[in-house]
Design a protein around this ligand. Structure first.
Ligand code: NI
Length: 169
C-alpha cells in the first residue's frame, strides 16, 4: 500500500490519452489498491491514473460518504450510453479548491473490465454517474473545466496562473 502523489493541472500528462491495459497482473492490482488508498487519503470520490502520473486506462471511484465504502475499479472503461443532462458543481483532486458547474448526463451505462479480467456493465445515476464521466474523461485527456464557457475557463486558468506564481498550486 502506498499514498501516491497527485499531479495538478498544468502537468502535460493530464492532456494525454491513456494507454489501454492489456493484462490484469499483480502490478495492476497493486496500482488499483494504491489509487484507492490515495483517493481516500485525499478525501476524493474518484481518481484516474493520469492524476498520479501514469498514462493508463484505469480509474477508481467511491461516492459513498466517508466511513462507508463501495469502491469501483474501472479498467479500459467507456460510457456506452447516457441520458438526461443536468448541471452540478464539480471539483477535481488535480484542481484544488476550484469548483465549477458542469453539465453532464445524470444517468449513464459504463462498460469496463474488472480486476478479475471480466467485462462488466454498470448503470450509474446521479453523483455516481457524474463521477464516472469525470474520471473517464481523465483517461481521454479531458478535464472538467473544458466544459465551461470560454470566458469562465479563462477566468479559472488565470486564477491557476496566479496561484502557480505565488507557489500555492
Ligand atoms: Ni478529476
Amino acid at each position: 500500500m502506498a499514498i501516491l502523489k497527485i499531479v495538478k493541472y498544468g502537468d502535460p500528462i493530464l492532456r494525454q490519452k491513456s494507454q489501454p491495459i492489456s493484462e490484469i497482473n499483480n502490478d495492476v492490482k497493486q496500482l488499483a489498491e494504491d489509487m484507492l488508498e490515495t483517493m481516500y487519503f485525499a478525501h476524493g470520490v474518484g481518481l484516474a491514473a493520469p492524476q498520479i502520473g501514469l498514462s493508463l486506462q484505469i480509474c477508481v471511484i467511491d461516492v459513498l460518504p466517508e466511513g462507508k465504502n463501495k469502491p469501483y475499479v474501472f479498467i479500459n472503461p467507456k460510457i456506452v450510453s447516457g441520458e438526461n443532462k443536468v448541471e452540478q458543481e464539480e471539483g477535481c483532486l488535480s484542481f484544488p479548491k476550484i469548483y465549477e458547474k458542469v453539465k453532464r448526463f445524470d444517468k449513464v451505462q459504463v462498460e469496463y473490465t474488472d480486476l478479475k479480467g471480466n467485462i462488466n456493465t454498470v448503470s450509474a445515476e446521479g453523483f455516481f454517474a457524474k463521477a464516472c464521466q469525470h474520471e473517464i474523461d481523465h483517461l481521454n485527456g479531458k478535464v472538467f473545466i473544458d466544459y465551461l464557457p470560454d470566458w469562465k475557463r479563462k477566468q479559472v486558468e488565470k486564477e491557476i496562473k496566479r496561484r502557480k506564481k505565488s507557489k500555492t498550486w
